[in-house]
Design a protein around this ligand. Structure first.
Ligand code: AMP
Ligand code: MG
Length: 350
């Protein structure tokens, strides 16, 4: 606080007090001890001189001929920040397993710590499967569609601080799929593919994994995202995410993201849902747990959540409109006004 530092005991208990100003202390100075019965001119960020215990803001003072007059209610210790007020000496203020956010970097720096041990960046191999895929920039041809998943995964993984090994698009053929997955396992810490994990004759990812390593999880009782595969190739974890872009986005956020974070050494990785009142009804009581693209809004009447009209797993625009996923457990009917579990996107992205 810009003002005057003094000893509270030097203020008279009634009326005003006038003290000589014997020192001027600005931020960065190393002050002399306070001369008893005097005041020090002081500025925000400056250290308090030994012997002073209170600061009076300059707005509450009048000065004349190197003397300051105080006529205000003054509390002992006011406007002084104690050393250790935020973090006590020798106390633990951050633990291993913490994902370092910018504010944490500030705290580490504020404690004079110039470097800390961190995990190296994860190398993640990415591949798309599908004979129909074209990269944007090429002219659209009959039977083809542009690759969306490559960009979803690249963006999500970049935001998680991963190094991406882009293995491009592989054709829907078993030998080609085996070859590229082998290459992925030799280069990366984690392998993520899109598409080709269903049961069709043209889906070769499952067979390739079984040939090269082990398949630990295949298919989940969720919507969207049923065709999800998880396994290992040469001890490298592998996620085979569904080809439908919405399914890919949702399964990445729910499963691959926490897994990636845990591989990065982070302990607290699971997304947290919050309870919000719905503005929608959901009467189809399905057998799979649903993750509905939804938007949380807050108005004068409170916070509520509504859903995007088209919930198809190819309707990627629903994920751009949404700011959350609303969870609908299997066999549940929802009426407007019901409380539902909602995972905000800030729990899922990045
Ligand atoms: P799949 O899981 O390979 O059977 O694909 C399911 C659906 O998602 C199909 O309609 C595919 O054309 C589509 N799809 C697969 N991969 C991609 C991709 N990378 N970008 C956009 N759509 C895709
Ligand atoms: Mg396919």
């Amino acid at each position: 606080m810009d003002g005057y530092a003094l000893r509270h005991g030097d203020l008279s208990s009634q009326g005003s007090t006038t003290l000589a100003v014997t020192q001027r202390i600005t931020a960065g100075d190393a002050p002399q001890p306070l001369i008893t019965g005097s005041a020090s001119r002081i500025f925000t960020g400056a250290p308090i001189p030994k012997g002073a215990d209170t600061v009076i803001p300059q707005e509450q003072c009048t000065t004349e001929n190197d003397h300051v007059t105080i006529n205000a209610n003054v509390r002992l210790g006011q406007h002084i920040r104690q050393a250790g007020e935020d973090i006590e000496k020798d106390s633990l203020f951050m633990q291993a397993g913490y994902r370092i956010q910018p504010q944490a970097m500030g705290l580490i720096g504020a404690n004079g710590i110039a470097s800390i041990p961190v995990f190296r960046r994860l190398k993640v191999a990415l591949l798309s499967t599908g004979n129909e895929l074209l990269m944007p920039g090429n002219e659209l041809q009959d039977g083809k569609r542009y690759n969306a998943n490559h960009f979803i995964l690249t963006g999500l993984l970049q935001a998680l601080g991963c190094e991406i090994i882009d293995l491009g698009t592989v054709r829907d053929e078993l030998p080609a799929t085996v070859k590229v997955l082998k290459e992925a396992a030799s280069q990366a810490d984690l392998i993520i593919s899109s598409g080709g994990v269903s049961v069709g004759e043209e889906d070769h990812v499952k067979a390739a994994i079984e040939q090269l390593g082990s398949l630990d999880i295949w298919r989940l009782n969720i919507k969207p995202g049923k065709p999800l595969a998880f396994g290992q190739i040469n001890d490298k974890p592998f996620f085979g995410l569904p080809g439908n872009p919405v399914s890919l986005f949702v399964t990445f956020c729910l499963f691959a993201r926490p897994f990636t974070l845990r591989m990065q050494g982070i302990s607290d990785v699971l997304p947290q849902a919050i309870k919000i009142r719905t503005q929608f009804s959901h009467t189809k009581n399905g057998t799979r747990q649903e993750y509905v693209r939804s938007r949380i809004t807050t108005t004068e009447s409170g916070t509520e959540v509504r859903t995007f009209g088209k919930q198809g797993s190819g309707v990627l625009s629903s994920t751009v409109w949404a700011n959350s996923l609303t969870i609908i457990p299997p066999g549940t009917v929802i009426e407007p006004g019901d409380l539902v579990d909602v995972i905000p996107f800030n729990e899922l992205i990045p």
